[in-house]
Design a protein around this ligand. Structure first.
Ligand SMILES: [Cu+2]
Length: 439
């Protein structure tokens, strides 16, 4: 295990204390981490990192840990969904899971899955293949038969295999595009807003549409659960990192019982207080995300920026490769900006209209999914947006009433968010926009 797995010291720069930030009571006692691991997008792991992770996960499965997390999640589900504790409780769950995996191999770092990048055609994602997490349940009435998850079996809530049933009663169709996620990141001003914006949209559709175990309250039994929630935590962490002084300890909304959320609240199933789980780089949260590092510019060489070859739309008569130096990369944000009117940018991406904060964007260049050339697998081909799809972004799928009930979500809030997503898609299509992720 070497490159990018555990970057001590270097990464600590990402957590420089913001001058003038006052700590809430108790928070000053939460110790700063002495080393930080970097959670990476699952497609960018080297083969060594991937096998380190999967070997530990397989051991945790056979020792019953995944079964346990499925049981635990179901037992505490009411306390940790559709209320203020959603981000912190799942963040804590993942930290505990990572600790258990490190008992098998101290080099384990949880990966995340940026599902937004696959919004256009989720089931075609390389992540849902034998190379990574495996695909739909095809064996013995829906058991997962390839990838991580193949052959998994549990005793909770009954003796059964790991099941997936794409789409459950409907088709998976589309997930939420990075453009929508970016809009949520740029317009949410309170903890409750960002929580609703994420939980009620991409969090839900991935659970529902993968189906099987993922569409239950013992969903941690699916190998997909952990990288999916890693992504949820990454987005929340980026949102916090966009304004450390205000958001590191911003906590509001209500608890399960309707009481106002406070930093002194105990997180469901733990003796841990909310203030202990707010800040990456402190206490048990000794990690960051590759996107946060990149945006901070702390490890500019971690992912080579020069791999972006998509560039701007081709213009006749211009030679982009006169010399040996590569064409100047055009970021996904730039492409979005170039493709839209100022009015639409101001409406949906206020953060891009002014001085863009890279933390409040999920428009990561798809080509940055290339692993670093040294020791990387160069698994993912450079995607090229498909001109034929210009102006043809489709609506994200909606949640079912059953799923909304299971997750205790507020139907009106979910439907309002879904309508907002459709409005965004309409506005982008009206300007003939082509998402860099539509390939
Ligand atoms: Cu959950």
């Amino acid at each position: 295990m070497k490159v990018g797995a555990v970057v001590a010291g270097l990464a600590l720069a990402a957590f420089h204390h913001v001058a003038g930030q006052s700590l809430p009571p108790g928070a000053e006692t939460v110790p700063k981490c002495t080393s930080i691991s970097v959670r990476k997008e699952i497609r960018t792991l080297t083969s060594v990192e991937w096998s380190t992770y999967t070997n530990a996960v397989e051991k945790a499965v056979s020792d019953g840990w995944i079964n346990w997390f499925g049981f635990l999640h179901q037992k505490i589900e009411k306390g940790i969904h559709a209320n203020a504790q959603f981000f912190l409780a799942h963040r804590n769950l993942m930290a505990d899971y990572e600790t258990i995996l490190r008992g098998y191999d101290p080099n384990v770092v949880l990966p995340y899955w940026n599902t937004g990048m696959d919004f256009q055609n989720p089931t075609a994602s390389p992540v849902l293949t034998d190379r990574f997490l495996g695909g739909n349940g095809t064996a013995n009435g829906g058991c997962v038969a390839d990838g991580l998850g193949k052959g998994w079996a549990f005793t909770y809530p009954k003796r059964q295999c790991l099941r997936r049933k794409y789409g459950e009663s409907r088709s998976i169709s589309r997930w939420y595009p990075p453009e929508f996620v970016t809009s949520i990141l740029q317009t949410s001003k309170t903890h409750n807003e960002i929580r609703m914006g994420i939980e009620n949209s991409l969090h839900g559709v991935v659970h529902l549409s993968v189906g099987g175990n993922m569409n239950t309250m013992y969903s941690p039994t699916d190998a997909i659960f952990w990288p999916h929630h890693g992504n949820i935590d990454r987005l929340y962490s980026q949102w916090q990192a966009a304004d450390h002084a205000t958001r590191d300890f911003m906590y509001d909304g209500v608890n399960r019982d309707g009481s106002p959320a406070t930093l002194n609240d105990t997180i469901a199933y733990t003796f841990t207080r909310a203030y202990e789980l707010m800040r990456l780089g402190y206490g048990k949260l000794c990690y960051t995300y590759d996107t946060i590092q990149e945006a901070n510019g702390d490890v500019g060489t971690l992912l080579s920026k020069n791999l972006d070859t998509r560039g701007a739309p081709a213009v006749a008569g211009k030679c982009r490769h006169r010399d040996s130096s590569p064409a100047k990369p055009v970021s996904a944000e730039t492409q979005t900006l170039q493709g839209l009117s100022r009015a639409v940018v101001q409406k949906h991406f206020p953060g891009l209209a002014g001085k863009a904060n890279p933390m409040e964007s999920d428009m990561r260049s798809p080509s940055s999914l290339h692993p670093p050339s040294a020791g990387g697998d160069a698994y993912v081909a450079v995607p090229v947006p498909n001109e034929a799809l210009r102006g043809k972004m489709e609506y994200p799928m909606t949640l079912t009433d059953d799923f909304i009930k299971m997750m205790h979500l507020c139907p009106e809030e979910v439907r309002a968010l879904e309508a907002r997503a459709r409005k965004l898609v309409d506005d982008l299509n009206a300007e003939n926009y082509l998402s860099p992720y539509m390939t």
